[in-house]
Write a protein that binds this ligand. Structure first.
Ligand SMILES: NC(=O)c1ccc[n+]([C@@H]2O[C@H](COP(=O)([O-])OP(=O)(O)OC[C@H]3O[C@@H](n4cnc5c(N)ncnc54)[C@H](OP(=O)(O)O)[C@@H]3O)[C@@H](O)[C@H]2O)c1
Length: 296
């Protein structure tokens, strides 16, 4: 594969977990980047030397300025679905290539085959991309390692305990930085058109084992208090969207008794091993301890 000479890449979701890391990897690789945000105040979270453009995925015409002259787009969709057809049409007008952050909804493992409104939206957007004529690469990470930080760090600090369902359910957390590195590589390197990449971390770990690794790394004793699914629904009532809770419960429940699905794709694309969950925790220990989050 050869490195293409590329015009700017428009990174959507540039202030989010994966997109923010994609911006860094592209800049390190010397690729010109345009970082999209729909909140002008969010520009402050981006590197000073990156070109920031404002645009809103729910207002397709607001994307025109950012799209003008780009070669490729990294597409992250967390907005409502209604404007997806008009946005994909616009991408095809301006860009040659799109790399879409999706999920492994085609992978025949029970964890990925439960009812999941986000996966349905991903599938719809993939169909739009396929019909658009854009060259595309679909990136399908499993559980992000950073979920541990967003889900558990506050409870660990407050109670030294994680109250959670399905402690024995196994996942293979993938480091957000590896997801971003693969996405960035497919944005600036030729040869990934048509690529469909399911990304996981290197090993299958039960949720209880993940909490235990966090305790090891932070040198703290952390209890894992098993909740029933209904207890988890009650505990998250009002703070988590119910469809997300039901989707997670269904996925964890369906995978009980099986190892998580693990792929070699991070290594295959990057030529370097995926980061372990232990590495993720070690590199983010201050965020677990101090109660701040990475830039997102
Ligand atoms: N968490 C997981 O384990 C996991 C696993 C597989 C796949 N995924 C998928 O990953 C995606 C989320 O990626 P992430 O975690 O990196 O994102 P994130 O941290 O949730 O950030 C969301 C990004 O979307 C941008 N955004 C939101 N509404 C927007 C709008 N109307 N117009 C333009 N930009 C908008 C936000 O930017 P501004 O607010 O600055 O505009 C922000 O940068 C989802 O599709 C999710 O399903 C997640």
């Amino acid at each position: 594969m050869t490195r293409a000479r590329v015009p700017p890449v428009l990174v959507t979701g540039a202030t989010g977990r994966v997109g923010r890391a994609v911006v860094d990897v592209l800049m390190d690789a010397g690729v010109p980047v345009r970082a999209l945000t729909h909140r002008s105040e969010a520009a402050a979270t981006l590197p000073a030397n990156v070109e920031v453009v404002t645009g809103d995925l729910t207002v397709p015409e607001s994307l025109d300025a950012g799209l003008r002259g780009v070669g490729a787009v990294f597409l992250v969709w967390t907005a409502p679905p209604a404007t997806a057809p008009a946005v994909v049409e616009r991408l095809a007008t301006y860009a040659r290539r799109v790399v879409f952050l999706s999920s492994p909804h085609r992978t025949p493992h029970p964890f990925f085959q439960q009812p999941n409104p986000m996966a349905a939206l991903h599938a719809d957007i993939e169909r739009l991309i396929a019909a658009s004529g854009l060259e595309s690469t679909i990136i399908r990470p499993g559980m992000f390692a950073s979920n541990a930080l967003f889900w558990w760090a506050a409870a660990i600090r407050a109670d030294g305990a994680v109250r959670w369902p399905y402690g024995a359910a196994e996942t293979a957390p993938v480091d957000d930085r590896d997801v971003a590195a693969v996405a960035a590589r497919t944005l600036y390197e030729d040869g990934h058109g048509g690529g469909d990449y399911v990304l996981t971390g290197p090993e299958s770990l039960s949720q209880a084992a993940q909490v235990s690794i966090i305790g090891d790394v932070l040198e703290r004793r952390i209890r894992f208090d098993e909740l029933s699914p209904d207890e988890f629904r009650n505990e998250t009532e009002g703070s988590w969207p119910r469809p997300v809770v039901d989707m997670l419960l269904a996925a964890w429940g369906a995978t009980m008794g099986r190892p998580a699905y693990v792929t070699s794709t991070v290594f295959d694309v990057l030529g370097s091993a995926p980061r372990s969950f232990r590495q993720y925790v070690a590199d983010h220990a201050t965020f677990f301890i101090a109660g701040t989050n990475p830039s997102v």
